[in-house]
Design a binder for this molecule. Structure first.
Ligand SMILES: Nc1ncnc2c1ncn2[C@@H]1O[C@H](COP(=O)(O)OP(=O)(O)OP(=O)(O)O)[C@@H](O)[C@H]1O
Ligand SMILES: [Mg+2]
Length: 210
């Protein structure tokens, strides 16, 4: 499989994994890349339900053998696979399987205690995947602050906390925005010009150092 695999992962539900996955697909599609979305969440098939509105192909594959099955269905012409995963607490096997394939892991996290507390266990599972990967190294991960309220102090505070805890935090942060909430029931337009576009530009989606 030639495609770069981006997995969007977190311990708990509702952190914004599906929202981030859909917008990343939209940005990459707008930039002319061939993309494939993979919904690995059996319980809450957010990406599949979003489906046709995203104008990019989406497949469902919520299995703990994802790392073996997915390479067989991703064409050599696909540039990026975005893997939307279930909450790790609910389906650890599926998430671990996604981590075996990932070239880059994005962890969405709102700047509050409840969401930040899930980052440590998420990173522990990423580390756990190392032994299962061919190179024996965990995939790099980047924390993305999301649902950031305009002019609130919390994004700055949690960025500082995360960096002092040794995490790589994306400079781009995703605002708490009604338009983002409503995007799951409409087509996403001009995603590349918005915050998810800035995130893609920043990360370059090259293999980021851990
Ligand atoms: N940047 C944002 N601004 C405002 N609301 C947001 C933002 N990102 C996500 N949300 C909202 O947060 C809720 C959870 O988002 P989402 O479904 O993407 O999370 P999830 O991590 O995929 O959840 P689950 O683990 O249950 O699949 C949704 O109502 C979504 O609209
Ligand atoms: Mg989801």
């Amino acid at each position: 499989m030639r495609a770069m695999v981006i997995a969007v992962v977190s311990l708990k539900g509702g952190t914004g994994k599906t929202t981030m996955s859909g917008h990343l697909l939209a940005v990459l599609h707008e930039k002319g890349h061939k993309v494939l979305g993979v919904d690995a969440d059996e319980e809450n098939q957010g990406l599949l339900i979003w489906g046709s509105l995203l104008r990019t192909p989406i497949i469902g594959m919520a299995v703990p053998t994802l790392h073996r099955q997915l390479p067989g269905v991703v064409g050599e012409d696909v540039d990026f696979v975005v893997l939307d995963t279930p909450p790790m607490k609910a389906a650890k096997g599926v998430v671990l399987s996604a981590l075996r394939l990932a070239d880059l892991v994005l962890i969405p996290c709102a700047p509050n205690t409840a969401e930040y507390n899930q980052v440590g266990p998420t990173v522990d599972l990423i580390a756990e995947s190392a032994d299962l990967r061919p190179e024996g190294e965990a995939p790099p991960h980047v924390l993305v602050l999301t649902k950031c309220k305009a002019s609130a102090a919390s994004p700055v505070a949690y960025r500082g906390l995360a960096e002092s805890d040794g995490h790589v935090v994306a400079r781009s942060q995703i605002p708490d925005r009604e338009r983002i909430i409503q995007s799951q029931s409409s087509a996403i337009v001009r995603a590349a010009a918005g915050p998810f576009g800035d995130l893609v530009d920043e990360l370059g989606f090259a293999k980021v150092a851990a």
